[in-house]
Design a protein around this ligand. Structure first.
Ligand SMILES: [Cu+2]
Length: 134
């Protein structure tokens, strides 16, 4: 009787701890999602009001993600985060933009594009990323 009771409590404690871990995980995920509602990270564009928006994190000196996928025929806004050093500027000869990221993020407005791959890089053409339109 006493042994069963102890085992039961042990199992209950295990379930509670597991539940807390799951709740914390789901909670942190919800918070992470909530912070970037305007321009989601991860290279997945979200279309709202006829414009697809996506953000690229440049804060660590490389493009995250380095491949951004957009849908053809829909205008896009690509937001590059603040950066410094080698990636302080982002540019694209393919798409005709040059932005300085030292003072904060920059959003590049792109017209509706046709299918293809468009390259972008740091201002020295040393670090590269690609916009894939499909
Ligand atoms: Cu560079």
């Amino acid at each position: 009787m006493t042994t069963d009771n102890t085992t039961g409590r042990g199992a209950l404690r295990y379930v509670l701890v597991a539940g807390i871990i799951v709740a914390a995980f789901v909670g942190s995920y919800a918070i992470a999602r909530g912070t970037d509602s305007t321009a989601p990270a991860g290279g997945v564009a979200i279309t709202q009001g006829g414009v697809q928006r996506v953000s690229v994190d440049v804060s660590r000196g490389y493009y995250e993600p380095s491949v951004v996928t957009l849908a053809q025929g829909v205008p896009a806004e690509v937001t590059f985060s603040q950066s410094s050093g080698c990636t302080a500027q982002v540019m694209s000869n393919d798409l005709g933009f040059f932005e300085d990221l030292r003072d904060g993020p920059a959003t590049v407005a792109l017209p509706a594009l046709s299918k293809g791959e468009y390259s972008f890089s740091c201002g020295m053409a040393m670090v590269f990323g690609t916009i894939v339109v499909q």
